[in-house]
Design a protein around this ligand. Structure first.
Ligand code: OGA
Ligand code: MN
Length: 270
């Protein structure tokens, strides 16, 4: 499929069904301008505008620029492969989360900079019956302060995030949600951005989230995308987590354009 062509109703239905079914869709060999990426994405639903100034593409507010080329380093990748990954689902900490994201590769490093995806249907289904029952009662607390904590542990100066120390909103969400298209349950959290569990002490919450990440993002549930220039990858934030991996930010170039689809409905555990 060519993203340069705005999809019609039949194609949109096909994309939406495949997105729910597979979680991650890959469109290789694209050659698109920002306006074409925006038009393709907007055909699927309403888009976010980029709040973070240094990630905003001038003249195209709907494009979020990821990488080390341009106004500054914007990265969701750890500094090196020894560091913990930042598994997340986009905008879980915003009042309106992101339903899906489309990332288009313009420049990629020869090594590293892969993106990992993990299936949260499998993550939920493989819990014990007891866990499934108790996790359905859990509400998570999500905040950008968790992301800052992740970034502050690294030496990547001037990377993503907003100003450290700023007061951030906290958004409460159910840990288990049913996907509106399938009714299947999926885990919904991030290992940094989820800063706590409602009613639990901080240490207990941290341990739980870190154990849960180990389970939910185990290699058996993962897909690793090794980027090639021209790849566009669309993922369903309702049913996969994703994480950037390290690359040589000082010497190699990485430039990606993301469009972000707004969540269109409140999702609860049905
Ligand atoms: C994102 C993101 C990961 C990557 O753009 O939302 O998490 O590998 N990107 O750049
Ligand atoms: Mn992301």
């Amino acid at each position: 499929m060519k993203l340069a062509v705005v999809p019609g109703k039949a194609e949109i239905d096909q994309i939406e069904a495949a997105l729910e079914r597979y979680g991650v869709l890959i469109f290789p060999n694209q050659n698109i301008q920002p306006q074409q990426q925006i038009a393709f994405s907007a055909a699927l639903g309403p888009l976010e505008e980029t709040e973070l100034e240094k990630a905003r593409l001038e003249g195209h507010e709907e494009i979020f620029v990821v990488g080390n080329v341009g106004k500054g380093l914007v990265s969701f990748s750890p500094e090196d492969n020894e560091q913990e990954l930042e598994w997340h689902t986009d905008h879980i900490h915003h009042k309106v989360a992101a339903r899906a994201s489309l990332l288009y590769a313009k420049e990629v490093p020869a090594q590293g900079g892969d993106t990992l995806f993990s299936c949260m249907y499998h993550a939920y289904d493989s819990l014990t019956a007891e866990q499934r029952q108790s996790y359905c009662e859990i509400q998570t607390i999500n905040s950008a302060s968790g992301l800052e904590h992740f970034l502050s542990k690294q030496n990547l100066s001037g990377t993503t995030g907003s100003q450290v120390g700023r007061k951030h909103d906290e958004v409460i969400r159910p840990l288990v949600r049913a996907h509106p298209l399938s009714g299947r349950k999926a885990l919904y959290f991030g290992n940094q951005i989820t800063i706590g569990i409602v009613g639990w002490e901080v240490d207990r919450s941290r341990c739980f989230i870190s154990d849960l990440t180990r389970h939910a993002c185990q290699p058996a549930f993962q897909y690793r995308h090794r980027w090639r220039v021209g790849d566009a990858v669309l993922w369903d934030n309702r049913r996969v987590l994703h994480a950037g991996t390290a690359y040589d930010v000082k010497n190699a170039r990485r430039l990606m354009h993301r469009t972000t689809l707004r969540e269109t409905e409140p999702i609860n555990l049905i």
